[in-house]
Write a protein that binds this ligand. Sequence first.
Ligand SMILES: Cc1cc2nc3c(=O)[nH]c(=O)nc-3n(C[C@H](O)[C@H](O)[C@H](O)COP(=O)(O)OP(=O)(O)OC[C@H]3O[C@@H](n4cnc5c(N)ncnc54)[C@H](O)[C@@H]3O)c2cc1C
Length: 148
Amino acid sequence: MKASAFDYVRAKTTAEACALLTEYGPDVRLLAGGQSLLPAMSLRLASPGMSIGIGRIGRIGGPDAIEVRGKVLRIGALARHQTVLRDARVVEHVPLLTEALRHVAHPAIRTRGTAGGNLAGNYCRCTGYHTIVDAIVTTAAAGRRAGG
Ligand SMILES: Cc1cc2nc3c(=O)[nH]c(=O)nc-3n(C[C@H](O)[C@H](O)[C@H](O)COP(=O)(O)OP(=O)(O)OC[C@H]3O[C@@H](n4cnc5c(N)ncnc54)[C@H](O)[C@@H]3O)c2cc1C
């Protein structure tokens, strides 16, 4: 099947995306890597009248999307699975995340799919980041208990 007709606009900043969301209301969907939304639209599981492209917004995507500040690893919503998977800081600080992402979909989808889309999308059983976050929290909690 093919998606029903929709309008498309590309946001250049987070503020612009937020303003467009407010302006167009519930008939709008953000489009990041498109790996969940576009198949859903093709199957008419989703038929937004307007789609806002956010894939080129800097900082929450691209090379600056991942940063470590003290004990906090920050992953921007537009970080692609493959970027996170290959990041040395993620390997060093959260190897469980690296290992788990190896099993998310396949390379073509990991190249386009984003962390934010994985967490926000509900068209398939996108359990990647949810499971990983649960596992990390559980492991950390168990570690604290074991350590007294
Ligand atoms: C064949 C196939 C196999 C897959 N296998 C796995 C798997 O094994 N494990 C797994 O976890 N996932 C799997 N996936 C899901 C894949 O990880 C997701 O499709 C991908 O991460 C979605 O990211 P995206 O950027 O493409 O999102 P999009 O498709 O662009 O968007 C998905 C949804 O999230 C919303 N959204 C996107 N970004 C944001 C944001 N920043 N803020 C708010 N809302 C946002 C969109 O509006 C849309 O509703 C698979 C997908 C396919 C097609």
